[in-house]
Design a protein. Sequence first.
Length: 371
Amino acid sequence: MKPTIKPENPNFSSGPCTKRPGYDLSSLNTDSLGRSHRSALGKSRLQKAIDETSRLLGLPAGYKLGIVPGSDTGAMEMAMWSMLGQRPVDVFSWESFGAGWASDIAKQLKLDEAHSYIAEYGELPDFSKANADHDIIFTWNGTTSGVKVENADWISDERTGLTICDATSAVFAMEIPWEKIDVATFSWQKVLGGEGAHGMLILSPRAVERLESYTPAWPLPKVFRLTQKGKLIDGIFKGATINTPSLLCVEDYLDSLSWIEEIGGLSAAIDKSQKNLQVLAQFVAQNDWINFLAKTPEICSNTSVCFQLAANDEQIKAMIKLLASEEVAFDIGAYKDAPAGLRIWCGATVEQSDVEKLLPWLSWAYQQVTA
């Protein structure tokens, strides 16, 4: 039978992700709007976004965090273009975004000593291939495959190279051992449901040392430049952004950070996401027509949860369209480069009750398109 109870919030998109529960645009602080981002007020709001992020994430002493243009992609490319080339690089990829970084290194930067270790969707590559003397590029969570790294034990504490991690759908949803990470990037529109266009760049002291001691062989666009006269442009990490940010987006992000504080901080956000995944895991165990794309539970993402169905591509498309037309679930199709299936965002801004209400609709829609 067709279900009668719908999710209160049908937004299950993997980016931009849904806003936090109770979000109200009118509650945002608008004092900074219409002001220069370089005014005392504008810089103070940017600095607060940096400081609160660092505090809530528990970044180690000496780590720097800055707001940069171009979302997570801009932050990752800024890091790669600015730091790679001094050492050989090992790239680990298992979905489309990781493959994109590998392609940039091979085809754009054209590094001679680049080694790619690739796994199919649903699996992880062999991290034992990581060389402690090489730079390492990887994603913490494969947003388009629903596969995350199980841990960072494979990263050497005695490494001489840098670890550069695209962590955009993991930060604020997964435990990240920061001492293993030299460069991390993420964006506001993923786990916290913030607005787009702005990226966050986290640098360890080792990453700063690389920036101040190494000059790439290629020219750097202005928006990629992190140093001036051989020294880190420290203002980037104190609210003086490279280009003009949207202060409305900054206020929206500050609202998200306040909400994280209200629900109990980072651990509470992680717990909410994991409990959402548990609801889906129980559903998968009870239904033989749906399964996780991730091959094992240990590597199954608790944010961008990807599924394979016992259905053909046209049936899956029809199912996704049907759920959207019923206003039950929006934007849950698999990423365009991934195997056909569903992708349901389960970060902390998604309520467990909405995940539970979605499940009968998944069963109903599947029956409708496969009958």
